[in-house]
Design a protein around this ligand. Structure first.
Ligand SMILES: [Fe+2]
Length: 357
């Protein structure tokens, strides 16, 4: 990983209101190989920091105007990795300690021993380099984590799509055995999604309902074949067995945590508004909205598809028949959604029928 190091001699800024001290320090530090700027006040120091890249600052604690203690946070705001060394009289040691709390690296007591100063500066420069390196590593880690998190999210979405597609293959295989149910789940899914959209549900909820529609009868895998294929009305025990498909479907899908919201709809798609449905006998709005939508789409599809015991019914007739169930077996609001979707679909069919081409 690249870590940028400062190029050429490090730039220092000497801030002291006493000219002889500034000059002496500048001379010594230049000889020691640093590139030195000087400022006679806090204001001047801030101006220099604003226009020049400075690595370290020697700062007198006591100055007229902006004091050393006030300058520390302002300077660090301009140059976050600035190595600050405080220069202080013995009596100012407490103030110097406060400056260190605000982010200065070290303090030296006047009169300054130049050898001590040289060592302190070297320490400060090393510490600054480490600090910059750590900041860069942290930044790199943060970016890396964000990239990996996005990858994981993408992979999970792909995996979820693949799982649903695989389950649909199972449903298709199941429906392929029975010419009367072929395409049933796909039609229920599409109609349910249209009703959900008509009821202005969120895009996310619409997709959950579409998925639930595609998988709502997957539990029929666990129902005895002779009953599923039976031509004619079921006996009461047979009907009880068919009812198990909602529980079996829930159990098959249960390990797939990402399908949780769809599973909730699948479990309850045979509940009735008046509480006479199964498996839990839920009533009214206690039935998940997605399940109420699937339920009505399933009834509509059953009425409009030919069955061994029934002629297929035109869409308008099916809507009229379901209207009688609104407030009894089905949610009146969801029925209004179905009615609007079918009315619009009829208009489209009508337009197609009259297409001169
Ligand atoms: Fe069902």
């Amino acid at each position: 990983m690249p870590v940028s190091m400062p190029e050429g001699p490090a730039s220092l800024l000497v801030v002291d209101d006493e000219e002889p001290i500034r000059a002496a320090l500048a001379r010594y530090l230049t000889q020691a190989g640093y590139k030195v700027s000087t400022a006679a006040s806090g204001e001047e120091a801030l101006a220099i920091l604003g226009r020049q890249k400075i690595a370290g600052m020697l700062l007198d604690v006591r100055m007229p105007g902006v004091s050393g203690i006030d300058l520390v946070p302002q300077a660090l705001e301009l140059e976050p990795h600035l190595a600050i060394l405080m220069l202080t009289a013995v009596t100012d040691a407490t103030t110097a300690a406060l400056c260190m709390q605000r982010g200065a690296f070290e303090y030296l007591i006047k009169p300054i021993d130049l050898v001590d100063l040289g060592r302190a500066l070297e320490r400060a420069m090393r510490r600054r380099a480490t600090q910059m390196e750590t900041a860069q590593v942290n930044q790199w880690l943060k970016e890396e984590v964000a990239i990996r998190a996005a990858e994981v999210r993408r992979e999970r979405a792909t995996l979820e799509r693949v799982t649903i597609a695989t389950l649909e293959v199972l449903v298709n295989a199941l429906e392929a055995k029975d010419p009367f149910s072929r395409g049933h789940s796909a039609r229920v899914a599409d109609l349910s999604a249209m009703i959900a959209s008509e009821l202005q549900l969120s895009d996310e909820d619409i997709e959950v309902i579409r998925t639930a529609g595609r998988l709502h009868d997957i539990g029929k895998i666990g129902i005895r074949e002779e009953i599923l294929a039976k031509q004619g009305p079921l006996t009461p025990p047979e009907y009880e067995h068919v009812k198990d498909h909602v529980i079996i479907g829930t159990q098959i899908l249960a390990p797939l945590a990402h399908l949780h919201n769809a599973i909730v709809c699948i479990r309850s798609h045979h509940e009735r508004w008046d509480g006479d449905g199964y498996p839990d006998g839920l009533t009214g709005e206690d039935i998940p909205l997605g399940a109420r939508i699937l339920g009505i789409a399933e009834i509509f599809d059953a009425l409009t598809t030919s069955r061994p015991y029934q002629e297929k019914m035109p869409a308008n007739f099916a809507v009229d028949r379901i209207r009688d169930l609104a407030g009894v077996a089905v949610d009146p609001a969801v029925f209004a959604g179905l009615e609007a979707v079918i009315a619009r679909r009829n208009t489209l069919v009508f337009l197609e029928d009259n297409d001169p081409a």
